[in-house]
Design a protein around this ligand. Structure first.
Ligand SMILES: [Cu+2]
Length: 512
């Protein structure tokens, strides 16, 4: 696709010229007449979605006339906590609305520039074969609407962006998005499709400096962004905005890079891309890929099956961008663990390192003595008993803050609703189940002392391993109950087995 880019050097001047041209042309019969497309059957209005959502796949077996209505809006909103930015957008959000069509479709494109915009804008769709990818026909002043049409000759995942001068600045302010031109027969079915687009922001203030931040041209020229983000803001795919899937499902990410300057080293921590359609083309170019390069103004399609539960972190593997500039998202996978594929932490043993090899006699001696002391304490029922007493005391405090509202201060529960803990055969028979109740919650059916309870206990996994060990020790040693103590290690093991109840290893917990 060869293009002749003709960009207005004087935006306002040309805008006025174009506008008056349009006004004159309104009654002149010189408008080019476009022949009807003999292939296109029927007419549809394109469904546009905001990231991370993707419009439904196309079931049509033929091409059609598709009407796209895209509105340019200049909006001020959050770039990071406490940081605002005036974004120039396609559709009100960054990245711009996802457009999904089929190869051969005949697209009637309407670019509408909101009346309260301050600037004219246009659109260059990389899916268009024609000068400027549509830019030369879509220069649109505030409060105006441009129309042009194109036939989608090539399938693939394409970037679109504003191409109004100064072009770098329009793109740096958020003017890009993705258009998917599905091949004949479509893409293979998957369980989830998501839209993720990376880009940079060149704010005057450094990362995290609060307030409304203006664009900084010098930073942009030096390619030194303060922010590198997915989907237009720090944290837009984090916490309750994370992408989701269940164990065993397949996920397809349509990943774009708006740039304007940096190339993305796109990676999902703890996943391997089963298939990559490199550079957004239609041929699966690789299988079993760890990190795929996405050029500025380019894209990639990645597909993978999720096999184990947990939080998987999406990053630009140029890591300071991920952990210091915002290029970090999350995919939360729920479901049962697959311990063969991933065990969780199995052993946390004392490692003496150099000391063990006699590198330092003193170090070695001290380590040995400490180990002896620990063994002594464990083996001495009196000291072990004392530590249990301490646990029970501490556990009482946790119980009176967390559990007593339901299980009642004397552990008697509520008949028919909340099972008793006092003299509960269930609790005493199975220490692990008791820990599990606190870490992952309980629902379904619980039989305590021959009575069936069918209610729900919510997970209380915000409690620390220490607190859980202490409170379960407390309930197993109160109101006539008597059992052995619960250790922090036992709690940690159950938490690890239920990885979805807890951040993935290495996940920065401040994002939870
Ligand atoms: Cu623009």
């Amino acid at each position: 696709m060869k293009r002749n880019f003709v960009y207005p050097l004087c935006v306002i001047g040309l805008g006025v010229a174009l506008l008056s041209g349009v006004a004159l042309a309104a009654d002149a019969p010189t408008k080019p007449v476009r022949p009807a497309d003999p292939e296109a059957i029927g007419q549809e209005i394109a469904v546009l979605t905001q990231a991370p959502n993707v419009p439904p796949s196309i079931k049509r077996k033929h091409s059609a006339k598709i009407i796209v209505n895209l509105e340019v809006k200049e909006v001020t909103k959050r770039l990071a906590d406490g940081v605002d930015y005036t974004f120039w957008t396609f559709g009100g959000d960054v990245p711009g609305s996802f457009i999904r069509i089929r190869v051969g479709d005949n697209v009637e494109f309407h670019l509408n520039n909101a009346p309260d915009s301050k600037l004219p804008h246009n659109i260059d769709l990389h899916a268009v074969t024609g000068p400027g990818g549509g830019a030369t026909s879509s220069f649109t002043a505030p409060g105006h609407s441009s129309q042009f049409s194109f036939k989608a000759l090539n399938p693939g995942l394409f970037v679109y962006h504003c191409a109004t001068a100064p072009m770098g600045m329009h793109v740096a302010n958020g003017m890009y998005g993705l258009i998917l031109v599905e091949p004949e027969g479509g893409l293979p079915p998957v369980d989830h499709e998501y839209y993720v687009m990376q880009s940079e922001f060149y704010t005057a203030g450094n990362y995290g400096v609060e307030g409304l931040q203006p664009f900084d041209m010098n930073r942009a020229l030096d390619e030194r962004p303060a922010y590198v983000v997915f989907n237009g803001a720090v944290g837009s795919l984090v916490g309750d905005k994370a992408l989701t899937a269940k164990v065993g499902e397949t996920v397809r990410l349509f990943v774009g890079n708006g740039g304007p300057n940096l190339t993305s080293s796109f990676h999902v921590i703890g996943e391997i891309f089963d298939t990559v359609y490199q550079e957004g083309g239609t041929v699966p170019t690789q299988h079993n890929v760890q990190t795929t390069l996405i050029p500025a103004g380019g894209s990639a399609i990645v597909e993978f099956k999720v096999d184990v539960p947990g939080t998987f972190i999406l990053v630009d593997h140029a890591l300071f961008r991920a952990f210091n500039k915002g290029a970090l998202g999350m995919l939360k996978v729920s479901g049962p663990p697959d311990l063969l594929t991933y065990s969780g932490k199995e052993v946390d043993a004392i490692y003496l390192g150099r000391a063990a090899e006699g590198g330092s006699d003193t170090e070695k001696k001290v380590a040995e003595l400490k180990a002896q002391m620990a063994a002594e304490i464990k083996g001495n029922p009196k000291i072990a008993g004392l530590t249990k007493e301490i646990q029970i005391e501490k556990g009482n405090a946790v119980y009176m803050q967390t559990c007593f509202v339901c299980h009642q201060p004397e552990g008697l529960g509520v008949p028919g609703q909340i099972p008793p803990l006092a003299k509960s055969d269930f609790l005493m028979a199975n220490k692990e189940e008791a820990i599990r109740a606190v870490v992952i919650g309980r629902n379904g059916e619980t039989i305590v002392n021959g009575k069936t309870f069918k209610s729900t206990m919510i997970p209380l996994n915000y409690l620390t391993d220490d607190q859980i060990a202490n409170v379960v020790t407390y309930v197993r040693n109160s109101w006539g109950n008597s059992g052995d103590a619960v250790s922090v290690t036992e709690v940690a093991k159950i938490r690890a087995e239920n990885a979805s109840a807890t951040p993935a290893p290495g996940a920065p917990s401040k994002f939870e």
